[in-house]
Design a protein around this ligand. Sequence first.
Ligand SMILES: Cc1cc2nc3c(=O)[nH]c(=O)nc-3n(C[C@H](O)[C@H](O)[C@H](O)COP(=O)(O)O)c2cc1C
Length: 401
Amino acid sequence: MSFGSSPIRSPSQFPDSPLSRVLRQPLLMGLFLPIQDGGWTPSTLPRTTTWTFDYNAALTLQAEELGFDLVFGLAQWASKGGYGGATKYREISLDSFMVTAALAAATKRILLLSTLHVLYGPWHPVHLAKFGATLDHIAKGRWGINVVTGYAAREPAMFGMQKVEHDRRYEMADVFVTRLEQLWSMTENLTVDGPFWAMEDAFVTPKPRFGRPILVSAGGSPAGVAYGARYSDLMFITSPAGNQLEDAVASLPAHVAAIHAAAAQTGRQMRTIINPMVLCRDTEREAVAYRDAIEAAADEVAVENFAEHGRRGDAQSWRNQRRSHRAIGGNLHLVGNPQQIVDSFLRLKKAGVDGMQLTFYDFAVDLEHFGQKVLPLMYEAGLRIADDAVPSVPPAPALSG
Ligand SMILES: Cc1cc2nc3c(=O)[nH]c(=O)nc-3n(C[C@H](O)[C@H](O)[C@H](O)COP(=O)(O)O)c2cc1C
């Protein structure tokens, strides 16, 4: 079901947009910022990773310096104690929207994506159309929304809301984003009396530079894919068969083909990007030892609570994540030496995936190792190409926090 339409163009249809620039890369490279305490891994093994803004800002500049294409953070609404355990896993988190907004003026080249629960609050489309137009201008076309509808069982209650049924949420998101697109593109006032959101003489300027901000979504259900096909430039996908590479590369081609087919039916193109946890060391033996040490220090209570949170939610992707996988985090586990990591990327690309949204355990340290040891091999393998048009960026400041 689709409500109304607008003649809006995606930034990917503007050859000089920041999105078009990064889409010229053979494999998109993103960094999933750890703006929540514990990142993706409820483990007590010592690490530098912390949720603070300074740490995440430094990581973003580090990623930009390394030539990464995008960063984004997740959005969650945890009650006191987070997911519990000794670590109070994810009790503390910064807001994804605010963090990327603050990074917009501090960065020059990297794309910034904010995860937003558009149905909580409730937000009104006029709010986000105005905020988005503002950020689009601050970031010069580098900002976008990862539209999420809220799979978690308990989050809506925090806003005094009842949980809305899975497919109905995608219908509501469809209306919400249609209104955003109308407000971003229309040169006259918009008056509608529903469904869901009414507005009279609503108007938003400045208009975004490249049609609209970047739109992203995440999910694998038929309703989620159909929504993404209508609106998203990028879709964050999960491996339908869980987080072992062999299972992922076997199951991804059909999944990705279905996503591309759905987009083609709406006359659009959509890229897919997957979220691996990369545990890389100079040798495979060291990488495996690193993984084992993280697992040995798992906060078992938090692992169990987080798994239970997943079971109680209604996300159709992530269904094949077994409990033990959540001790490490990420949607796929890539453990090995630099060449093995690059070989995994090559296999995932061959399986149809267009990009990697990386998660690490010890972010600043592991990202630096990745930049020194893995990225050069990615250039050799043709997964990355030099972008001579990229303006130079200042070196990353010292990490703190
Ligand atoms: C990489 C990735 C990141 C996600 N980030 C968030 C998030 O920050 N907040 C959230 O509520 N849901 C997040 N989700 C969940 C999705 O929004 C969606 O609810 C879930 O993937 C289920 O969609 P489906 O039922 O269409 O498969 C994320 C999903 C993926 C794959």
